[in-house]
Design a binder for this molecule. Sequence first.
Ligand SMILES: [Zn+2]
Length: 207
Amino acid sequence: MLKAELIERAAQARSAGQMVHSVASTRHLDNCPALVLNADYTPLSYYPLSLWPWQTAIKAVFLERVDIVASYERAVHSPNWQMQLPSVIALRQFVKPSEFPAFTRFNLFLRDRFSCQYCGSPQNLTFDHVIPRRLGGRTSWENVATACAPCNMKKGGRTPKQAKMPLLVEPIRPTNWQLQERGRGFPPGHLHESWRDWLYWDVELEA
Ligand SMILES: [Zn+2]
């Protein structure tokens, strides 16, 4: 065999090896978070969904703070051990969940079912201070509503009464339970299949 041919084959073998490697790791480690359940096997939090990066999950396993409920096929190795990455873990000690969700943009959209609270449109959504800030309106659950850009423009710096734009629903501070109920209509994307059982217990009944 010619030397050039040998070099060529060696290069091919190397690139084939690299390809096998990249296929084996298609699920990147960063895409392997663990869903964290409370000791009663309900998610620790829904919004945002309680997810830990794989490093935190594995550390908690070694500290015996959690039990592994389900795992990814993807494993991590060291010379002495190998471990499949946990996809669902449950705390051993029950943590009392808070009653109210965080005041976040996503949670506010979710409370309002991703629709304008003045006209019902699901397009071009933004946030409206019901009592405008210049009139002393606060940035709170009770004074911020989802609004489409046209309604927001139309209302301008006026109250709903001044603008003759009544709200479809009075904004409230939702409980976690209320937000969860809303969330059932808007399941988060990219759920790992091992999570579904823990998030929506009757998902199959309704399907
Ligand atoms: Zn609107």
